[in-house]
Ligand binder design. Structure first.
Ligand SMILES: [Mn+2]
Length: 578
């Protein structure tokens, strides 16, 4: 909020007519606007940068700090992420990433929106207050992701319209419904038009789109894409004036493949995003800081790497008062012991020292956690509800691709017992079920999956993109049922059941997606579950992450939802045996 008084103070401080609140002396300023690094003093007033002078210059301040020649960079920003993938509430997320230099994130809360509708989006807006980082929201554009998934309730343009005026809302989130755009779907275009009329941005999600369809997608006002996996795709989008979001998530990792294009074109319309980082990855690899570090390791100029994680992101979202160390900008600053390895010594948010030596110095407000618990509502189920009648011959099987969210569409010989299709652990064929959990309808999708490796028991998750019904893979119907009941009792999360007993679990009681627990506790339980699953033959490093994407009906090739088996390439529901 600008005031006459605030502007007047900044002018007088910049002219040296009154002391700054804080002067950072003897810095090596990383200037993302000019592309240079040079010695400077920085005068800060009212949380913003007032003036910049030669080192040991004439600015004086109420507080002064000699940075002793350390580098000073703008605060880092993540231009597209889902807080739900971290399984943390925003206050715990901030505790982890602010000491790494992150001062702003742009969130798409579509997981919360699928489970709790508008209340889910408002939950994120509420818990974004009082944090030492700025959490912005882009409104979830595709709830449900497709007509083949059943969320708590669909979100219409009329639902989103009131939120477009919220201060922290920057636009419409990833428009996954490409057919809806190209076919001129009324609801889809109404959401886009309302967003553009508010002067806000519309994020894209256009894997594989090209040529005239990509032109049409861009002509509809969609201005970015984070789904590029090749230089050719990225180049085509840059040529059309779209902004290139370079993604490095826990599963989808595109930085290394796309960096040669950045080194060739140095495009101003590109910036870093993580999309989905799980808590283990956040702890072990880091956040956007790890992308800056990796890009520099791969040969990118450090100033350009930092610009891709700060200034460019701010420019895309039309946030002209952040992303660079220039007069008038927010004093969101990162002090670095080393530029090339991006070793953070301390972090300032709006001119306040908020982190030093890897620790947060202020206690983030947890925010009132609106009641997003008790969101698992399933009907009373019996083992006979899980039975699959079958006959000898081929059956459709979802083939897991380790480390990917895409799957293969397999046709394998069915294993039968008494006229029923059953799991066959010797062939790594498990039964896969998706149980509708929003309205206790009793609807169940039934299928088979290969690639988990589990030889006994059942693994269950209430994180099941995007509608987040319960997805469970298991050897016996008894354990599958017990695992569903265990999830309901926890209010959601992950559960591993063997011989009817709960062997390991990770409670995620907020919407069945997130926990308010500290990351250390969450990571300990995730690791214990991974180890217990490995002891039962599981071959994937993080099986629950993989399990959670087996129901996503917009990512190829074969997926299972509460409505049944979905051939994503044909975009049609298909039988197990044709
Ligand atoms: Mn999702």
């Amino acid at each position: 909020m600008y005031t006459v008084e605030g502007l007047r103070q900044r002018i007088r401080v910049a002219r040296g007519e009154e002391p700054a609140d804080l002067v950072l002396r003897n810095a090596r300023l990383v200037n993302v606007c000019s592309g240079e690094c040079y010695p400077a003093d920085i005068a800060i007033a009212g949380g913003r940068i007032a003036g910049i002078s030669e080192p040991r210059g004439t600015y004086g301040g109420q507080q002064e700090r000699d940075l002793e020649g350390r580098w000073l960079a703008p605060g880092l920003m993540d231009g597209h992420m889902h807080i739900e993938s971290t399984m943390l509430v925003l206050s715990e997320f901030a505790r982890l990433v602010v000491p790494r230099g992150v001062t702003a994130v742009m969130l798409d809360p579509h997981e919360f929106a699928n489970v709790s509708g508008i209340a889910g989006i408002r939950f994120v807006l509420e818990t974004a207050r009082g944090l030492p980082l700025d959490a912005f929201v882009l409104l979830s554009s595709c709830v449900p992701a497709s007509q083949y998934e059943t969320p708590y309730r669909p979100l219409l343009a009329s639902d989103l319209l009131p939120l477009l005026s919220e201060e922290r809302v920057l636009g419409l989130a990833e428009m996954m419904n490409m057919p809806g755009v190209l076919n001129g779907d009324e609801e889809v275009l109404a959401k886009i038009a309302a967003t553009l009329n508010h002067g806000l941005v519309v994020d894209g999600h256009a894997p594989g789109l090209q040529g005239r369809d990509l032109c049409a997608y861009a002509a509809a006002g969609i201005s970015s894409d984070h789904e590029c996996t090749t230089v050719a795709e990225a180049r085509e989008r840059l040529r059309l004036g779209m902004w290139l979001m370079i993604r490095e998530g826990s599963a989808a990792r595109n930085l290394e493949a796309l960096l040669p294009l950045i080194q060739e074109l140095h495009p101003p319309r590109a910036f870093f995003v993580t999309d989905d980082r799980d808590p283990l990855d956040l702890l072990e690899r880091g956040h956007i800081d790890s992308m800056v570090r990796r890009a520099i390791e791969l040969g990118l100029d450090p100033v350009e790497a930092i610009r891709l994680a700060s200034y460019n992101t701010a420019q895309y979202f039309r946030l002209s008062d952040r992303g660079a160390i220039v007069p008038g900008a927010l004093a969101d600053l990162v002090v670095l012991d080393d530029l090339r390895t991006f070793q953070v010594e301390s972090v300032y948010k709006s001119g306040q020292l908020v982190a030093q030596g890897g620790r947060l110095l202020i206690e983030p407000e947890a925010g009132q956690l609106q009641d997003l618990s008790n969101t698992i509502r399933i009907a009373a189920l019996r083992e006979e509800d899980l039975r699959i009648a079958g006959r000898p011959g081929p059956v459709a099987v979802i083939g897991i691709e380790p480390g990917q969210i895409v799957t293969r569409h397999l046709q394998l010989e069915a294993s039968l017992r008494d006229g029923e299709i059953v799991a066959d652990p010797e062939r790594d064929l498990l039964k896969l079920v998706v149980i509708e959990r929003h309205h206790a309808s009793g609807r169940i999708g039934l299928g088979l999956v290969q690639g988990l490796g589990l030889k006994r028991g059942a693994l269950a998750s209430s994180v099941a993109h995007d509608a987040h019904n319960l997805v469970i893979a298991g050897v016996s119907d008894h354990d599958i049922l017990k695992a569903a009941q265990a999830l309901a009792a926890m209010g959601g999360g992950f559960a591993l059941v063997v011989d009817g007993e709960l062997r390991a679990s990770v409670p995620l009681p907020l919407a069945g997606l997130v926990s308010a627990a500290p990351i250390s506790e969450l990571v300990a339980r995730l690791r214990a579950l991974d180890e217990a699953a490995a002891a039962l033959g599981c071959t994937l490093e993080h099986p629950c992450m993989t399990l959670s994407f087996l129901s996503l009906s917009v990512i190829p090739a074969l997926k299972l939802t509460d409505q049944g088996l979905i051939d994503v390439e044909r975009f049609a529901q298909v039988p197990l045996q044709s």
